[in-house]
Design a protein around this ligand. Structure first.
Ligand code: COA
Length: 702
């Protein structure tokens, strides 16, 4: 691990600059917190007008401390931080934990940058500014003004919001979800999420990383760090309202919102996405305490039919429908229930189930090779004691002798159930007060396993491409002062990256149009070519199914006339003569250049699916062919691609290749292409490929 970052996050000694004798001040509270958390390293308060704070010797400046100082917590007002940073640099401090507010978040980005620049010139790292500080149970360190260390546990939290960190800190006790570290990251002027993911991935006291994210500076670095992380990551993203859609020039641009692109990136990064704060806690509990679920066979044990049904519904809802247990599992279960119980799945031991039955069924179910994950449900009854049932379940799990499968538990009842669940959680068994939460959490563990099996890093080999030619085509358009390519140019660019486009050429006279039509072969399509007319159909600038030379001549004249009437001052280059691709399933591929994640591709079915249902998915480019296949399976109308109502399955393999090639192209041309569409792309039956029928490229502003 990087010794400087370790000095910042796991310091052996801490100076508090701006420490105060005034108990209402943050500088006092940090000193008190370090003492109360029983921090074992040196604690050195710094304040020019005090000699002692909370019984500790106080120094006028950091340079007066006669010992090595690893980290400095800074609690002086913003205007004094730069000077203090220099003093820390001279002292040889490794890292600054800048609690002070009043920098980038209120518009003073310059001062923040200057502090980081000075810090780095001395080889120091900066956490913050505008943070609560950092807390660590394993280091007995509360270097923050949060009231106390969190309930000890194996998860570690990184939060962009200080207030939320404090709230979560207190909630760890009521929610019974334990954390080892809680790191406030604030303005992320230097140390960011990506770096902390890499750090916590190596941290022996962290088993799961929990993130609260408002925004990222470098989306790609974040994805790379998350992909490389060996531990589960769960993230709550705040501020997902749509933005910028109205100003988009392409179809894809109008469909892409911050939320969709973030969701795509989170998915690609292999991160579990929490829906809200409750979900963040619930998912953290299971991900931090239990191993992942290696297969799809989920077994549910219950003493109540109702909670069993709720759990069954939840399994379906969260994507892992229950299967009937095989006969040998059922036989085993039947040994520990009355005749009127059900051993199928959920295994309903009925309200008569007592400690012994819970013990026996839990043990044999958990040990059975068919079972990949177990959910144990319990409803409080008059003939049982929740504490004893909890003990029986715990013993059953232990005696099964299995450690690589997950189990989650739900007790539904009163205070005794809550106490029993607390007891279970303390023993590493995640327990929830609702059956659907136990099911959702174990399914998260299944998804986490699936994520880790996906080879996210598989790349696409584009074969022969002609990047230079593509750039030359773009240069011509730029030279002409255009910010969009014509359809013909866009198709030529697509072709440079191996995308199958319909044969298209430009005719500037009737004669030329006839020649081209004969060369391409009838039927053909003819379209107006003008950078000033983007919506060609609206302008009457498109004629399809042209079958002979007479029709070519007539279409040529009509198209030009319509275009002139539509926009008299439009600069018209001519008429495109195109191969008419036979119609099949219409899909759309497109791209945007997202401000956080860079080039991002979109895929969806065409027509009403995209117009009305907005049934599209996104991925940050480039992507592998496997990832492109997953995109196709992810849209809501995915079944259409597999053939419905007697239609043959579509050529998903060819489409996956085209999607990967497209993503490769927009990534390669990220400095040139702002937005693009291949719309429609015609998708034929298996073995017959795809054809890009129309193309649009909007250039970046230079
Ligand atoms: N070296 C050492 N001590 C210094 C100093 C320096 N260069 N400059 C000032 N101090 C001392 C002050 O004398 C004072 O000590 P005192 O109580 O003995 O007089 C102490 O540092 C604090 O300075 P003060 O001016 O009293 O400020 P404050 O305590 O009212 O506020 C901050 C300081 C940093 C807490 C405040 O500016 C701030 O940023 N608050 C917001 C913090 C926050 O919310 N963070 C984000 C959470 S999400």
């Amino acid at each position: 691990m990087d010794p400087i970052l370790t000095g910042l996050l796991k310091p052996k000694s801490i100076a508090i600059i701006g420490a105060s004798t005034n108990p209402t001040k943050i500088g006092y509270k940090v000193v008190l917190n370090l003492i109360e958390s029983q921090y074992k390293g040196g604690i050195y308060p710094v304040n020019p007008s005090a000699t002692e704070i909370l019984g500790l010797k106080c120094y006028p400046t950091v340079n007066d401390i006669p010992y090595v100082v690893d980290a400095a917590v800074i609690t002086v007002p913003a205007k004094g931080v730069l000077e203090v940073t220099k003093q820390c640099g001279e002292k040889g401090v490794k890292g600054l934990i800048i609690i002070t507010s009043g920098f980038g978040e209120v518009g003073d980005v310059e001062l923040e940058r200057e502090i980081v620049r000075v810090a780095k010139s001395y080889g120091m790292r900066v956490l913050g500014p505008n943070i609560v500080g950092t807390l660590s149970n394993s280091d007995h360190m509360n270097a923050s003004f949060a009231p106390f260390l969190p309930l000890p546990g194996k998860a570690s939290l990184v939060s962009q919001s200080g207030a939320l960190l404090i709230a979560m800190d207190a909630a760890t006790y009521t929610r019974r979800v334990g954390f080892d570290k809680m790191i406030s990251i604030g303005n992320m002027s230097d140390v960011d999420f990506a770096e902390l993911i890499r750090y916590l991935s190596e941290d022996p006291d962290t088993s799961c990383i929990t993130l609260y994210v408002e925004g990222l500076h470098d989306g790609r670095e974040f994805i790379n760090a998350a992909r490389a992380c060996k531990k589960p990551i769960i993230m709550l993203k705040a501020g997902v309202s749509e933005h910028g859609a109205a100003a988009a020039a392409s179809h894809t641009g109008s469909l892409a919102g911050a939320a969709k692109v973030y969701s795509a990136a989170i998915e690609q990064a292999g991160i579990t996405q929490a829906t809200d704060l409750n979900d963040l806690f619930d998912s953290t509990l299971a991900l931090s305490l239990q191993p992942t679920m290696k297969g799809d066979n989920l077994l549910i044990l219950t003493n109540g039919g109702g909670v069993g049904v709720l759990a069954t519904d939840a399994a379906e809802k969260y994507g892992l429908p229950l299967k009937f247990a095989p006969p040998e599992v059922q036989e085993e279960m039947k040994k520990h229930m009355p005749d009127f119980g059900s051993a199928k799945n959920p295994v309903d031991m009925t309200g008569m189930a007592g400690n012994d039955w819970y013990y026996e069924t839990t043990k044999s179910a958990f040990a059975h090779p068919w079972v990949d994950g177990l959910v144990v449900l319990y409803c409080q009854t008059a003939i049982t004691n929740p504490a004893e049932i909890a003990e029986a379940i715990h013993r059953g799990i232990k005696d099964a002798g299995v450690t690589d499968k997950p189990v989650t538990i739900s007790f539904v009842g009163g205070e005794e159930c809550d106490n029993a669940m607390e007891w279970l959680v303390e023993r590493g068994l995640p327990a929830y007060n609702a059956p659907d939460l136990a099911v959702k959490s174990i399914i998260n563990l299944r998804k986490q396993q699936q994520i880790s099996e996906i080879n996210n890093n598989g790349s696409y080999n584009p074969g022969k491409i002609d990047s230079e030619k593509a750039r030359a085509i773009i240069a011509v358009a730029r030279k002409a002062g255009r910010d969009a390519l014509t359809e013909i140019e866009a198709k030529q660019v697509f072709k440079c990256y191996g995308l199958p486009v319909t044969a298209t050429d430009l005719a500037t006279s009737e004669e030329e149009a006839v020649e081209l039509a004969e060369k391409i072969g009838f039927p053909i399509v003819m379209k107006i070519v003008s950078a000033d007319i983007l919506h060609k159909s609206d302008a009457g600038g498109v004629k399809v199914n042209i079958k002979n030379t007479d029709q070519v001549r007539e279409a040529y004249r009509t198209i030009l006339e319509n275009a002139r009437n539509y926009k008299p001052d439009a600069l018209i280059e001519g008429v495109a003569v195109q191969e008419m691709a036979p119609w099949a399933t219409e899909v759309i591929i497109g791209s945007i250049n997202d401000k956080t994640f860079g080039p991002t591709v979109m895929f969806g079915l065409g027509g009403i699916f995209v117009e009305v249902l907005k049934d599209v998915v996104f991925r940050v480019a480039p992507i592998s062919v496997e990832e492109a296949m997953r995109m196709q399976n992810e849209i809501r109308s995915a079944a259409i691609l597999d053939g419905t109502r007697g239609e043959l399955p579509r050529d998903k393999a060819a489409l996956a290749k085209a999607l990967a090639a497209y993503a490769y192209m927009v990534d390669d041309l990220k400095d040139e292409v702002a937005e693009s569409d291949a719309n429609p792309v015609i998708l034929y039956e298996t073995g017959k490929g795809v054809k890009v029928v129309d193309a649009r490229i909007i250039l970046t502003k230079k």
